[in-house]
Design a protein around this ligand. Structure first.
Ligand SMILES: [Zn+2]
Ligand SMILES: [Zn+2]
Length: 348
């Protein structure tokens, strides 16, 4: 079902080897029933895009990996405008500015019916956002809050939902101590989620100085884990026992292990990256966390639309789609100077 004159082709980035992408012209995607076509206005680079960006060979296209057959690559942090709707979608949504909740469940299983779609056995991800247009299920497209621009709105799905959901899973109580390992964009969200939950103190650990500064500006105590005194200081700040809760966004195995070891006995560890290195003999609660339950969005969105969860200063770089290689290059190389790098399309 077509609502307005649409172009028949679009530009999309297609991986062309390690650290390389070509812009190619491809047909506009079909819009199935229940779906919409979104004109991508911003697609942010996620840390999870980087291993694939550097890989020589395309992946099988599962769970947001490179798909050799589909242009647009991995991008899953997407904001834009609905320009066309499929059957069974309200035509009044054309023109709506949306961000995409990219984790899609089947909608029918027990987990999906309970709003916990990230647990669905048939879960899929809306990706291929490094293109001019992308297709998404209509119900995953949520309105952009009035005072958010497209680059900031593109961060809601993964930079707010993922850390806030992990902080919620940890069951932080007011006055509990929390250590956040890794202070990248997700880690900074874990800091904000901990502070919103009333944790005190909140201690962030990251070797990158600019990232520690961001965490300090949000009210955390920031430590450099490479400094030999940092682990002793973490213990000292938590009554000599270690924090009640550790939230980890580090993928590195040694850092994951340090994060686990720093946790007090009977403490809770939630990881959004890396592998929980728990040994069964140690009495600590460990869980992974991925994405955000659909049912948790109302309370989480309340935090971001009220600006208690502050996203305003995350975006350090904007690049047009044709400069996608520079965008990935700076995101992968400059950890001090870049935070969120967002690829944009012109307003036309
Ligand atoms: Zn992401
Ligand atoms: Zn399901």
């Amino acid at each position: 079902m077509s609502n307005s004159p649409m172009p028949i082709s679009m530009l999309a980035a297609k991986k062309a080897g390690s650290g390389k992408a070509n812009l190619i012209e491809v047909a506009l995607p079909e819009v199935p029933s229940g779906h919409v076509l979104v004109h991508v206005r911003a697609c942010a680079i996620c840390a999870s895009d980087l291993p694939e960006w550097n890989a020589q060979v395309a992946g099988p296209g599962k769970r947001g990996e490179w798909d050799a057959d589909n242009p647009g690559m991995t991008g899953h942090e997407i904001a834009g405008d609905i320009v066309q709707v499929g059957d069974a979608v309200d035509a009044g949504r054309v023109g709506e500015s949306v961000w995409i909740d990219a984790i899609v469940g089947c909608g029918r299983c027990e987990a999906c019916r309970d709003g916990r779609q990230t647990l669905c056995e048939q879960v899929s991800i809306v990706s291929q956002g490094f293109a001019e247009y992308v297709v998404a299920p209509a119900r995953q497209c949520r309105p952009i809050p009035p005072d958010f621009d497209y680059p900031i709105a593109s961060l809601i799905f993964d930079m707010v939902g993922t850390p806030m959901s992990a902080a919620k899973l940890a069951g932080i109580k007011a006055g509990e101590s929390v250590a956040v390992w890794g202070l990248g964009p997700v880690g900074l969200g874990l800091v904000q989620g901990s502070i919103i939950a009333g944790a005190s103190p909140v201690i962030g650990l990251d070797p990158v100085a600019s990232r520690r500064s961001r965490a300090e500006a949000r009210g955390a105590i920031a430590l450099d884990p490479m400094h030999p005194a940092s682990l002793g200081r973490l213990r000292h700040l938590t009554q000599g026992k270690g924090p009640h809760v550790v939230l980890s966004s580090v993928a590195n195995q040694n850092a994951s292990r340090q994060a686990f070891d720093s946790l007090r006995l009977e403490g809770r560890l939630v990881t959004v990256a890396g592998f929980p290195p728990a040994g069964g003999e140690v009495r600590k609660w460990v869980s992974g966390s991925w994405g955000c339950y659909e049912r948790d969005w109302p309370e989480i969105l309340e935090q971001v639309t009220s600006h208690r969860f502050v996203l305003d200063d995350y975006v350090t770089h904007l690049f047009p789609l044709r400069e996608i290689e520079q965008a990935f290059d700076i995101r992968g190389r400059d950890l001090e100077g870049s935070f969120k790098v967002v690829v944009t399309n012109d307003q036309t």
